[in-house]
Design a protein around this ligand. Structure first.
Ligand code: NAD
Length: 263
């Protein structure tokens, strides 16, 4: 039987690395896409896969990387658009913290997320998440459409559905991924290609490393399950959506939030 091929972006660590391990267990040959050479190489060698070093926000690099996977293996069965960043500015964190620690009844100071955001910071967030997901999806569909098969799973976020006062550019980018998933899912469903997304809540990875612990504690306090999710729990659902077991799923956005999404 031919070994199926999966490309996972941002798979050098965190949720992406867990997804790569899970798909390897499911019998895939995994291609570890990441901007970080060292981490991608380590996961690729652990899983007997390939490392593919590219920046998802560079459309020419994405085209070349996806074409290289198909040149090397003759097929591309699954793509997981997972690469991502979260860059909450220190001054925003400081203003939010000051409001959190203020005496009860004190009128809140403006946290000024949007009014202090630079063009560069806004562009970077949308480029990595929304453009990156579009670039990789476009390059993958050039191979999946003629094959009339394939599955794509996108990493959205609960913030892409709820919005976020502190991480608004992130929420906007993830909201775009939600609509990209629904739109492309509908477009390619007649071809037998499935495009779905997961929208996790708070997951215990390095992405949260710049978020001060009191913020994380406060966030966890709003989650009915009262804990962070794990990368392996997200990987489990991604692996399901990538598989034929999810044959009825197309253009779906699955929340994975410990109950937060229903609050
Ligand atoms: P992480 O920071 O642990 O890992 C992100 C990976 O993406 C890293 O290996 C990094 O090198 C890579 N990467 C970053 N920019 C890249 C680029 N331009 N091109 C290629 N690779 C790039 O983060 P994580 O928590 O594992 O997040 C994975 C995905 O899940 C992201 O899309 C994130 O937005 C989403 N997500 C995370 C959480 C959470 O709480 N951790 C919640 C919801 C959604």
């Amino acid at each position: 039987m031919t070994t199926p091929i999966a490309l996972i972006t941002g798979a050098g660590r965190g949720i992406g690395a867990s997804i790569a391990r899970r798909l390897r267990t499911d019998g895939f040959h995994v291609v570890i896409g990441d901007i970080d050479h060292a981490t991608a190489g380590a996961i690729a060698s652990e899983l007997d896969g390939d490392a593919s070093i590219f920046d998802v926000s560079d459309s020419a690099a994405v085209d070349a990387a996806v074409d290289a996977v198909v040149d090397a293996h003759g097929r591309l069965d699954v793509v997981v658009n997972n690469a991502g960043i979260l860059e909450t500015a220190d001054d925003v964190i400081g203003r939010v913290a000051a409001n959190m620690m203020a005496e009860p009844g004190t009128p809140p100071e403006p946290i000024s997320v949007i009014s202090t955001m630079t063009d560069e910071a806004w562009d970077r967030m949308l480029k990595v998440h929304l453009y990156g997901t579009f670039f990789v999806t476009r390059a993958a569909l050039r191979h999946m459409e003629p094959a009339r098969s394939g599955a794509i799973v996108n990493l959205a976020s609960i913030y892409g559905l709820s919005g976020s006062a502190i991480n608004s550019s992130y929420a906007v980018a993830k909201g775009g991924i939600v609509q990209l998933t629904r739109s492309v899912g509908a477009e390619v469903a007649p071809l037998g290609i499935r495009v779905n997304a997961v929208a996790p809540g708070f997951v215990d990875t390095d992405l949260l490393s710049r978020t001060p612990p009191p913020f994380i504690d406060a966030a966890v306090g709003t989650v009915p399950a009262r804990r962070l999710g794990t990368a392996d729990e997200v990987a489990e659902v991604v692996a399901f959506l990538a598989s034929d077991r999810a044959s009825v799923c197309n253009g779906e956005v699955w929340t994975l939030s410990g109950g937060w999404a229903g609050v």
